[in-house]
Design a protein around this ligand. Structure first.
Ligand code: GLU
Length: 481
């Protein structure tokens, strides 16, 4: 059997982390097993539909390299892949269910349903549609349809039946059909609900493994009743664990949790985010954390998916992002980082390649770049204590002495560049018998006013230029007087 997975997003907004993980796992499993990864756009909920959301879906799949084998723009044998273009199909299949007694027309108005609900509530009962329209005669149905009355088609759930299925992650799930409502399959606008369309389409598209969020776990028995009524083989269900913001709360856009594109806007790299998301609910039993795409495909298995929720840890993602940034070749980093420099007018006065070389290995996310370079236009107020350094055996007096010596050396350099600055400082160490750090440390603090400096005394001096370097060292010496 050739594996066929699908990603079936509803275009209702941004690409959330959970959705992207579903897409990724579906892709990885298909690629691992030599199967097909299918994309289907579930756009039947006209109320929640957002124009731009479909674009976001395709853009995300492209950016993340989750290439699909079949879907919009890549027609296979099972199209169309937009559910809104499959409308006639759903009516046809709903009618088949009606013939089998597994579904029925319902003409109840909203007011009537509201009354039923209210009366159930007053009796303290859980509301379930009371099957009012189940036994309408064929003639009456035809008459009412001909009169133009609005109708929906509902599932006819059998009473008191154990409905169960085996989920690849969550194991055996059973519910009693008395706890299931006669859900709407086809709405009065002729479009299907998710509950119906997912079954019809997964079957018609030959999907073998349904990977999706575990919020669908409890509805799946209802879907299995539909498969049964049609006489179709249900797919293998792979419900994915929850992603949490912390121990108590699910990740949710309503609470401001970031979407995939929000993370990119914050300066995370696509590959780092995808790598991190892969580990949210899956591991291959090793401690490995950084994976190339090929390695992920190779290592991925359904057995590695856990059923316990995983926590989206932004600090872990930052760490992973910094590893990706470090591993970029400089030209690639430069290309990615440049837009962040350009947002800050002041940084345009400096050599952008040198600036970015300085901070590549010290950057966790690209948006920190301007902050890291804040020392360039001017040195922040700081204290003489920052010049003291245990390891370099530097106290206030020692630091001052080094600064005075460094100043002379800097002043004597004619041709100002990294090599001449480097040679001057090293020769100072040799002449004075001081360790390099005793010379370099005070100089670098003086040049940026920070004790966690974005670079060494040589690179910093080179970038800010001779005149500014001398000014900063002189100002620092004044602090000691
Ligand atoms: N359209 C559903 C959603 O976006 C898909 C659920 C599924 O994968 O079956 O949540």
């Amino acid at each position: 059997m050739k594996v066929r997975t699908r990603f079936a997003p509803s275009p209702t907004g941004n690409m959330h982390i959970g959705n992207l993980r579903t897409a990724l796992y579906g892709y990885l499993f298909a690629k691992k097993t030599g199967g097909d990864f299918v994309v289907r756009i579930e756009d039947t909920d006209q109320v929640r539909l957002q124009e731009s959301a479909t674009e976001i879906i395709f853009k995300t799949l492209e950016q993340t390299g989750l290439d699909y084998d079949e879907g919009p723009g890549k027609e296979g044998d099972c199209g169309p892949y937009f559910q809104s273009e499959r409308r006639p199909l759903y009516m046809e299949y709903a009618k088949k269910l009606i013939e089998k007694g597994a579904a029925y027309y319902c003409f109840c108005t909203d007011e009537q349903l509201e009354q039923d609900r209210a009366s159930a509530e007053t009796k303290g009962e859980t509301y379930k549609y009371p099957k009012t329209c189940l036994n309408l005669s064929k003639e009456e149905i035809e008459k009412r349809i001909a009169r133009g009355e609005k109708f929906v088609i509902r599932q006819n759930t059998p009473s008191d039946k154990e409905v169960s299925f085996d989920d690849a992650i969550f194991g055996h799930v059973t519910v009693n059909s008395n706890d299931l409502d006669d859900m709407i399959l086809l709405k009065s606008d002729g479009l299907p609900t998710y509950n119906f369309a997912n079954v019809v389409d997964d079957h018609l598209m030959g999907i073998t493994h349904v990977l999706r969020g575990c919020e669908y776990l409890s509805s799946t028995p209802k879907y299995n009743l539909l498969y049964e009524a049609f006489g179709w083989e249900p797919p293998i269900y792979v419900h994915l664990p929850l992603i949490m913001r912390d121990a108590q709360h699910k990740l949710s856009k309503r609470h401001g949790d970031k979407s995939f594109h929000d993370l990119l806007d914050d300066g995370f790299l696509t590959d780092a985010v995808v790598n991190y998301i892969a580990l949210l609910g899956w591991n291959d039993g090793t401690n490995k954390e950084i994976y190339t795409r090929e390695e992920l495909i190779e290592a991925f298995s359904l057995e590695g998916i856990s059923k316990s929720p995983s926590i989206f840890d932004i600090n872990k993602l930052r760490w992973m992002n910094s590893e990706y940034i470090k591993a970029l070749d400089f030209d690639k980093f430069y290309e990615m980082a440049l837009p962040w420099l350009e947002k800050e007018e002041i940084l345009k006065q400096y050599d952008s390649r040198k600036l970015l070389k300085l901070i590549q290995s010290r950057t966790e996310i690209l948006s920190e770049i301007p902050e890291k370079l804040k020392f360039l236009p001017s040195v922040k107020e700081h204290t003489t204590e920052m010049y003291c350094h245990k390891k370099f055996k530097l106290d206030v007096d020692g630091a001052k002495e080094s600064l005075i010596q460094v100043l002379d050396k800097y002043k004597a350099i004619d041709n100002w560049n990294e090599t001449t600055i480097h040679d001057a400082l090293i020769s100072l160490a040799q002449e004075t018998g001081k360790k390099n750090g005793m010379i370099m440390w005070p100089a670098r603090v003086a040049l940026c006013g920070l004790d966690s400096t974005p670079g060494g005394a040589v690179e910093l001096a080179d970038i800010i230029g001779k005149e500014e370097t001398i000014k900063r060292i002189e100002n620092a010496i004044k602090m000691f007087n």
